[in-house]
Write a protein that binds this ligand. Sequence first.
Ligand code: UTP
Length: 289
Amino acid sequence: MADRIRKAVFPAAGLGTRFLPATKASPKEMLPLVDKPLIQYSVEEAVKSGIESILIVTGREKAPIENHFDISFELEQLLRERNKDELFAMVREISEIAQILYTRQKQALGLGHAILQAEDFSPNEPFAVLLADDVVDSEVPALKQLIDVYEKYEAPVVATMQVDGPAISRFGVIDAEEVEPNVFRVRDMVEKPAFEDAPSDLAIIGRYILTPDIFPAIQKTKKGAGGEIQITDAMRDLLDERPFYAVKLEGTRHDAGDKLGFLIATVEFALKRDDLGDEFREYLRSLDL
Ligand code: UTP
């Protein structure tokens, strides 16, 4: 039987250059979609998918992430005194969501290098990786969709989505054979290919199930696209040694680390809210666009 996926790693040490100046002194992962920080959406997704233990890889200027998942004594006391029971419960719940550990990536040398910081956290068992700026709005939590494939094939899994046209060059792209609807066995993968060289229209997005043999593979990986140590290059190295799978996610993925993607996600999430949706829709309709 496949090992159960209990652990998840959240690389959150990137510099967020696409969202400057907001990310100059604040973590991108704390940008809110309506009222909830990006990282809380993906931590909730992980917990709903069965994750028990979380490692967040942070860097400089990332303390607000730790504070967010910690107990906030003053705030809790104030909410209690003012009989704001619902808010109190909501704030307390965030600090009890899962066991969360932190480690620092001292230099932002790339996603592969960030994942390497998790070697001591999960030296012997498979683990999930979630990138908080990829927000997936789906019926079945995105990570759960990967875990289902992992449990069936007992091999690492990457999440993918279809990307049409030249935009594919912004992603890692797989060459793969479909083995059942929306599940693929990966033949090859390449990071940020030129549009003409992309092996398919299936782009890798920010959810992975990896096995500990990824760590020596990352250590061997040289700097690739953008001068960073790319996880795609390390995974590619492993393809000669073991099967690798991909799942085309059901749901809508938003790139909330990008300004336009963030705006779209904000509008869509706000429209779905019971407390805001109707008024917001009315406001949008009133705009003379
Ligand atoms: P991105 O490329 O989306 O994030 O990395 P970035 O580097 O923060 O943002 P831009 O592109 O400059 O705007 C994907 C994920 O990998 C993490 C980021 O925090 C993000 O969650 N990451 C990236 C690290 O943890 N360390 C790195 O060295 C690079």
